[in-house]
Ligand binder design. Structure first.
Ligand code: ANZ
Ligand code: ZN
Length: 815
């Protein structure tokens, strides 16, 4: 009886051999080209989520493949261990976040090991470890020194449930809810630290040195939201300046009123006593709406006249100042010049409140009388009219000309506006990196000297959320001395946004215990990351922050490149079998542990890679796992079959198997290049099925059979590393299969061995014949003329001519 595939025996045996022989140990120095493969580090929730295997299994397979292709591969792993979920769980279950986080990490680490990942665990990074976050603090100090970290008292988005500020990116949806808990966000005025990401806005728009998915680039571009235009100096009648950002300075002569955001600081000053009540009422209404609601195109425009007037600097006209919610405080200057003839929102507003409309761009065939207009004319065809010095200018050139004129006359200047804001990093929570600043009554805020880092989190805190940082409530922690005057001082009691950790963790992996800098400069040649994989949901936070961070590191002289990750691949999301996001509360969660136990890690890995295209994701289909298990069982059966007791295949069958083996090698390699794991597996399935058929026909064994079996072991190595190792050993290969070169193929062997050709007689299809792919014309003609059905259609006539289209068609002319 043939021995059965027994993963429960094979898998642990090979894992301990790998560990003992250290085949996955990272060896930075090597003659082979380097390949840094990185997958976004997981958050250590309390259990291994199928999403973790979904993210890491295929990237492990890819890393293994690159290694077999001859690269020296670094594929590290760590944990994004700070953050709110751990703290919230701690509050709920009354365990310290540190305890639960390290417990969770230990569990996930064991599970990852069970899956046979090619990870050198000695390079692991855990972000809540002082050895790591010390460098967050160090970076903060460098940012501070270079004016890239600054403090500001400003309205911020605040989650009343999590009791903390949120970055703008963490506020989601039209109703502006907290990304984590769904609670509607409110505005609160707070003193907060920000990182000056806007300094790099232009550079962040440049993707020329990376191969990233188009949609991520588009999302980042939109998020940065660069607009070119001018800032124009308007003044109130009383002389207070109100700068205005506009992308259409050429329409200045058509500005017939001004609109301020209801929160604009000049509103109170320009409001007359008789309008005060209406203005105050409107301000309250506006504050209740979300930014998205306020900007909705189809929303009925509303607003209130303040009673005040501004002077249009281009023609000294007196124009009324209104407030309206469609103008946002967080964009541009929070004030606009309204040009109803050429901006649709302004047009609707002017019609509703009977404000004047002046045409300044006369489109082809258009009247200069605005009374007939039914909508704003926003195009740039035609010429400028009613526009002082630029009257008569073609509309297309008018923006440039107006800006030149504004600059000459001191009325305004060219300006670029960004949607991007600086990155707010203060969080009023416990489980994060303490901010290395102390406040002295004499000297003001002082950076903590670098030799005092890390400032460690105290462990004995009451981390119940109160709206104040738990660190503030600690009896002693915040009391310290001023590094400048030695007098009493207080520490900053906020902690950093956890996106700080993931902005530079990839550098730390190289030398996680290095203590003279964030990473060992001797290993800088390993940077940047060659291949990054992870979810597209990180498009505008993590993936933008880490680009920013790298540019700062470059400017600090720490690295010599501009981009942290050269290539990016985004996998889709694995869903529950009900097509919904998998979660324990929804009841569609699949626990991987019992599956590993029942089927083995290799089967689970292959199953996840076979579910569908990796970039698309899709629903978990529990039945699919049996099909994949059957495939690995068959792979085992054919590759362990030495042909004993069977007759070897004949020459034709051998040649066919050889060709199929070469084709499979090509297909699997090509598919791995483009992260197409599911099609790679189906290519291997076809080979295995073919071998299975030969075996059932009693024709296994022989040289081609052995070659196919060895190729199969090599091809399986990235996908099913334990099984491949076992098969390879049984086939007599040297340890380890994971240190073998990826198999090559002979292009000449890729063509089909045989082709089917259509045979026509006087233009009518009469038969199909199968011939050797390399058969010459004479042989093809011979074969076609031997066909009974072809001969029967001759009707006694004789063959005049035979035309052959190689590989396709034989056309016989009879008369
Ligand atoms: C006058 C004007 C005339 C405008 C015209 C447009 C067309 P983007 O391209 O998105 O940057 N704007 C400026 N600040 C605003 C704010 N805080 N809230 C709402 N709208 C604001 O848009 C820039 C244009 O949006 C600016 O150019 C301004 O309207 C408006 F025929 O100024 B424009
Ligand atoms: Zn001091």
């Amino acid at each position: 009886m043939a021995e059965k595939y027994n993963p429960a025996e094979i898998e642990p045996r090979w894992r301990s051999r790998w560990e003992v022989s250290g085949i996955y140990r990272f060896q930075p120095e090597s003659d082979r080209p380097k390949h840094y493969a990185l997958t976004m580090l997981p958050y250590p929730s309390g259990y291994l989520h199928p999403g973790h295997i979904w993210a890491f299994g295929p990237s492990d397979a890819r890393a293994r493949y690159m290694r077999m292709r001859g690269y020296n591969v670094f594929f590290p792993m760590g944990f994004d261990a700070f953050g709110l979920p751990a703290e919230n769980a701690a509050i709920k279950f009354k365990t310290h976040p540190k305890t639960s986080t390290y417990q969770n990490i230990e569990r996930i680490r064991q599970q990852f090991k069970m899956l046979g990942m090619m990870i050198d665990w000695s390079h692991e990074v855990v972000t809540c470890d002082p050895e790591f976050y010390r460098w967050n603090q160090w970076f903060f100090l460098q940012f501070y020194k270079h004016g890239l970290a600054y403090k500001q008292f400003a309205p911020v988005d605040w989650c009343p449930k999590d009791n903390t500020t949120l970055a703008r990116e963490q506020v989601k949806g039209d109703d502006r809810h907290c990304e984590r808990c769904g609670t509607p966000v409110i505005k609160k005025n707070l003193d907060q630290w920000l990182f000056r990401i806007t300094k790099y806005a232009d550079e962040l728009l440049d993707f020329s040195s990376v191969e990233w998915p188009e949609r991520i680039k588009i999302m980042q571009r939109n998020w940065i939201g660069r607009s070119e235009g001018a800032e124009v100096h308007f003044h109130t009648e009383k002389g207070t300046e109100i700068p205005v950002f506009t992308t259409r300075p050429d329409t200045l002569w058509g500005a017939t009123f001004m609109v301020l955001a209801p929160e604009h600081p000049i509103v109170d000053e320009s409001t007359t006593p008789d309008q005060k009540e209406a203005v105050e009422r409107y301000k309250v209404e506006a504050s209740r709406q979300s930014e998205i609601e306020r900007q909705a195109v189809d929303k009925e425009k509303t607003g209130v006249f303040t009673g005040g007037y501004a002077i249009n600097p281009v023609n000294d006209e007196r124009i009324p100042i209104w407030i309206a919610d469609y103008v946002l405080m967080g964009y541009g200057t929070g004030a606009i010049m309204a040009v109803p003839a050429h901006d649709q929102r302004d047009f609707e507003f002017a019609r509703k409140y009977s404000l004047p409309i002046t045409v300044v761009v006369q489109g082809p065939g258009m009247s200069t009388d605005s009374a007939a207009m039914t909508e704003a004319y926003a195009a740039d065809q035609g010429v400028m009219v009613n526009s002082g010095p630029i009257t008569g200018t073609p509309a297309r050139e008018s923006v440039k000309r107006t800006i030149a004129w504004l600059e000459q006359t001191g009325r305004g200047e060219r300006a670029v506006n960004y949607r991007l804001h600086d990155w707010l990093i203060s969080r009023q929570r416990y489980w994060g990196t303490p901010i290395p600043i102390v406040y002295c009554a004499n000297c003001g805020p002082q950076p903590v000297p670098e030799d005092q880092l890390p400032i460690e989190l105290p462990e004995d805190v009451d981390f119940m959320p109160t709206g104040e940082s738990p660190l503030k409530l600690h009896p002693t922690w915040r009391h310290t001395t001023c590094p400048k005057c030695d007098g009493p001082a207080e520490r900053d009691t906020d902690t950093m946004d956890t996106f700080v950790d993931s902005s530079w963790y990839q550098y730390r992996y190289l030398s996680p215990h290095y203590d003279r800098g964030p990473f060992d400069p001797a290993l800088a040649f390993w940077l940047p990351v060659d291949q990054y994989t992870g979810g597209a949901e990180h498009a505008v936070m993590h993936l933008l922050y880490t680009r920013f961070w790298t540019k700062v590191m470059r400017d600090l002289g720490l690295v010599s490149f501009d981009e942290p990750m050269l290539r990016l691949f985004n996998q889709g999301i694995i869903l529950g079998d009900d097509n919904e996001k998998m979660s324990k509360s929804r009841g569609n969660f699949v626990d991987p542990d019992p599956l590993i136990e029942r089927y083995g890690a290799d089967t689970l890995r292959c199953f996840l890679m076979f579910i569908g295209p990796w970039e698309q994701g899709g629903p978990w289909n529990s039945r699919g796992i049996d099909g994949v298990a059957r495939f690995l069982n068959r792979a085992w059966a054919v590759a362990t079959d030495t042909g004993e007791g069977s007759r070897a295949p004949d020459a034709a069958a051998e040649s066919a198997l050889r060709r199929m083996t070469h084709r499979t090698i090509k297909r699997v390699g090509d598919d791995l290049e483009r992260f197409s794991f599911n099609t790679a597996i189906s290519a291997m399935m076809e080979l295995v099925n073919e071998m299975m058929r030969m075996r059932e026909a009693g024709t296994s064994g022989g040289a081609a059979w052995h070659g196919a079996s060895c190729a199969l072991a090599l091809l399986l190595a990235p996908f099913a590393p334990h099984l491949a190792e076992e098969l390879w050993a049984r086939l007599g290969g040297p340890y380890s299969v994971h240190q073998q070169p990826w198999p090559g193929y002979d292009p000449a062997m890729l063509e089909e061995a045989e082709v089917e050709m259509v045979v026509q007689v006087n233009g009518k299809i009469r038969d199909h014949v199968v011939v050797a792919a390399d058969a010459d014309e004479e042989a093809v003609k011979d074969r076609a003329l031997k066909s009974e059905r072809v001969r029967a259609s001759f009707d006694g006539k004789t063959v005049q001519k035979v035309v052959i289209v190689p590989g396709k068609l034989v056309n016989i002319v009879v008369r």
